[in-house]
Design a protein around this ligand. Structure first.
Ligand code: MLT
Ligand code: MN
Ligand code: ZN
Length: 305
């Protein structure tokens, strides 16, 4: 089973178009030891031909161009993307759906009813797409049952309901529901190995620790280093948890949570905001992660399990 990281950055990407914070400025000028990154998305396949796209980022066209495996070229019009699954309804996870409109058949789209309600009303993407390729909606259960993905019969996935936040445009932003944010458990039927993916995670519950302990690899929320990172730079009045993201540092932070997992679990941070110092490869924060056996995802990263 393969996971390909298409975009490892949080909303805005790295560098962000209008940002001149030291990190965005440094990566733009080439003065920092840091790689540019596109917005949050992964692709999953067990035959490297047919893929489940997880999240459709605003950068999807660039990501497809950078990933030749996503174009197996079996017909005059073709794509390796067999279906799309959404982790939430955030702009950085759904906007790329509009870029897939040239399909000849309805796009198989898997999400929870809560996400379908947000992208059917507040940001009416499914309505807009009904005038182009259309969508074939499949509601995702959050009761732990195994999900069948159209076009990918050998994929074994389960969703996990998570504590985070629906997008700012959602009427439920201040009043999150189960189903607004999910994690994904992917099982390799050949060897039983599992991977867990959760780009938006505000709370790591004991149940989640138990689940992650049994995984070969976990790819989790790496948005912010500190709770007040955006506030200190004067970029936003909001704290990390106000946006549904558990920061890495400090008591109860993601580093502490991941330290509860055995060394056999590969630990990778993903969905990294452009302000996060872990993007800088020679930073003390990155060195601390390395000490804890935690990796930082980058665009193009290939994970086999
Ligand atoms: C988030 O996860 O909080 C988003 O990246 C915000 C956004 O897309 O603007
Ligand atoms: Mn995001
Ligand atoms: Zn920036």
């Amino acid at each position: 089973m393969r996971i390909r990281v298409l975009g490892s950055s949080a909303g805005g990407g790295f560098p962000q178009w209008n940002c001149n914070c030291p990190q965005c400025d440094g990566v733009r000028r080439g003065t920092l030891a840091a790689k540019a990154r596109t917005q949050s998305s992964i692709a999953i396949s067990d035959n490297s031909q047919d893929w489940l796209l997880v999240n459709a980022s605003p950068d999807i066209l660039q990501q497809i161009r950078a990933t030749p495996e996503l174009q197996p070229a079996r017909a005059i019009r073709d794509s390796g993307i067999a279906a799309v699954l959404l982790m939430d309804a955030q702009i950085d996870h759904v906007t790329g759906l509009l870029m897939l409109r040239e399909r000849k058949t309805p796009l198989p789209l898997l999400a929870t009813p809560e996400v379908f309600s947000d992208i059917g009303s507040g940001f009416p993407i499914t309505h807009i797409l009904s005038h182009y390729c259309g969508t074939a909606l499949q509601a995702l259960p959050i009761d732990g049952s195994t999900v069948q993905v159209p076009g990918l019969p050998s994929l074994q996935i389960q969703t996990v309901s998570l504590s985070s936040k629906p997008p700012p445009y959602s009427p439920f932003r201040g009043n999150p529901r189960a189903g607004d944010n999910i994690g994904l458990l992917i099982r390799n039927p050949a060897n039983g190995a599992k991977a867990f993916y959760a780009p938006g995670l505000a709370e790591v519950t004991p149940a989640l620790i138990t689940l992650m302990r049994e995984c070969a690899v976990v790819l989790v929320d790496g948005t912010f280093w500190t709770h007040d990172e955006m506030q200190r730079l004067g970029l936003s009045p909001k704290a990390a948890l106000d946006m549904g993201h558990l920061p890495q540092s400090g008591p109860g932070g993601m580093i502490e949570m991941l330290s509860r997992l055995p060394a056999s679990v590969r630990k990778i941070l993903i969905h990294i905001n452009n302000t996060n110092p872990i993007l800088v490869e020679d930073s003390p924060e990155r060195a601390l992660l390395t000490q804890h056996g935690i990796e930082v995802a980058h665009d193009g990263m290939d994970i086999a399990f």
